[in-house]
Design a protein around this ligand. Structure first.
Ligand code: DON
Length: 307
């Protein structure tokens, strides 16, 4: 194993004080109750060793981390040509929930699948005749990746659904421009459930390991994601995974990673390991502030930057 438990515990205690510089997300009311001082990390190596430190059993919702998972699913269902006819491949310097570029960019499609507009367009493509069928496909895919039976946090999903008026407006705009089809409320129900999928950092590290292993589950040896799709997902993690600070993150850390407003970060060090982090105190753009510190220290120590 590359990291001993004590060594990881030491890193967590070094990073934890940075949490006091951040704030938990408040725009989804149910996330307000999270403890800003929680911090947890897990590393899952491709030879199937797992280690963890901090509050590793605490569950949290995936939020935007789920965007990578749905992207992998629809890319395998429809292929790049179809998916990228609806959503672009370019980073944006705007916040994750911005509507600005949808109107100014021609053709009027979301710039990438990691911003909310792009993720909503991707979720709209999940296969299934009913919302329930789509949900089951998604959660089964996640279960295969984690090797666990995971579910979603109903309170968080409901809380987001009640307050998701910005996402609602993005959907109506995209429906008008033919980017999405079908009933907007049904799409929001599915999207808020997807964002509310709940797990701990150990499960998250396992998912990161599947991407790090080019889509092959290191535990079962099964291909869960094709090599090409895993490559596309990791590329988006590098260019857009940490929102409008993805550039700075690439320089300071250099690990393909995706964050969420609940404070989760999934990292994938190609050929080496998956990383799962939970630290709900966020910086101004929505990334876990202590989580970023942890990743910086890890990357430095192990020379894990891919650049
Ligand atoms: O749609 C939203 O706003 C949330 N469900 C997810 C946003 C998110 O996690 C952005 N993360 N940094």
């Amino acid at each position: 194993m590359i990291n001993t438990q004590e060594w990881l515990e030491g890193l967590v205690e070094k990073a934890r004080p940075f949490a006091s510089e951040g704030r938990v997300a408040e725009y989804i009311p149910a996330l307000k109750d999270q403890n800003p001082h929680d911090l947890a990390i897990s590393i899952y190596t491709l030879d199937n060793n797992s280690c963890y430190a901090g509050d590793h059993l605490k569950k949290f919702t995936l939020q935007s981390i789920s965007k990578v998972i749905t992207l992998a699913l629809v890319l395998m269902d429809y292929g790049e040509e179809h998916v990228f006819s609806k959503v672009g491949m370019e980073p944006t310097g705007d916040p994750f929930n911005s509507i600005a570029k949808l109107e100014t960019h021609k053709p009027s499609k979301p710039l990438n699948p990691m911003i909310n507009a792009g993720a909503l367009a991707v979720t709209n493509m999940i296969k299934g005749n009913t919302g329930m069928e789509k949900w089951h496909r998604l959660i089964e895919f996640i279960n295969h990746m984690t090797g666990e039976t995971v579910s979603y946090n109903e309170d968080v999903a409901y809380s987001e659904l009640q307050t998701a008026n910005l996402n609602r407006s993005l959907c109506y705009f995209m429906k008008q421009h033919g980017v999405i089809t079908g009933n907007v409320e049904d799409l929001l129900v599915l999207y808020t459930k997807q964002c509310a999928v709940e797990m701990n950092c150990v499960d998250l590290a396992k998912m990161g390991a599947v991407f790090a292993n080019d889509g092959i589950d290191p535990e079962s040896g099964r291909e869960l994601i094709t090599r090409d799709v895993a490559r596309v997902c990791k590329t988006f993690m590098v260019t857009c995974g940490m929102y409008n600070t993805s550039g700075e993150f690439a320089i300071k850390v250099g690990i393909p990673a995706k964050s969420g407003v609940s404070g989760g970060i999934m990292g994938s060090v190609p050929g080496k390991c998956g990383i799962g982090i939970f630290g709900p105190a966020l910086d101004d753009v929505g990334n876990s502030i202590a989580g970023l510190k942890l990743l910086e220290m890890l990357s430095d120590e192990h020379s894990w930057s891919i650049f």
